[in-house]
Design a protein around this ligand. Sequence first.
Ligand code: PRP
Length: 183
Amino acid sequence: MSASIADPRLDGRAVNRIAYEAETIASRVSELGAEISADYPDGDLLVLGLLKGSFIFLGDLVRHITRPIQVDFLVASSYGSDTTSSGDVHMVYDPETVLEGRHILLVEDIVDSGRTLSRLMDLLSVRRPRSLAICALLHKHIAEHLRYPVRYVGFDAPNEFLVGYGLDHAENFRHLPYIASLQ
Ligand code: PRP
């Protein structure tokens, strides 16, 4: 199937189908926020968003967390301008906040090969947080390289190249309010 979505944001570029509508995402993100709020009854909770892909998800998610939190970011990159992960995970920004003794919730947009999360979880674990968990909006369940459980999953995602709601292809499409498939 070829491009058939009429959306001026796409500027005529090929997007195959909408995988998750904005309303579907909003409803699931609200559920995740409620779950996270209930699961952390005490202690300092630092929500760490992995940029750039999680920026919209994180912004929506934290507004559904009804307990005190702090927010910081990590920056890593594993893709170039291609549609496949290079496997070479670069740390671009490392939070300066103290992690020791705090509950850390690492927020990711999508788990693909799992290389990014494995690498980051290794790095965060050695800083002795009180707990360390992963929340991913999308999980393809193909992550042979992921050595850590994903505690919160928004959606079990198809093995397609997904864009929108923070996810990009060559830095395009991040601003789509829905998630679409390029295949
Ligand atoms: C993408 C995505 C995840 C990661 C998933 O990030 O946002 O962080 O790749 O892939 P993996 O499970 O195979 O490691 P990217 O490196 O493209 O950076 P971005 O968040 O700035 O888009």
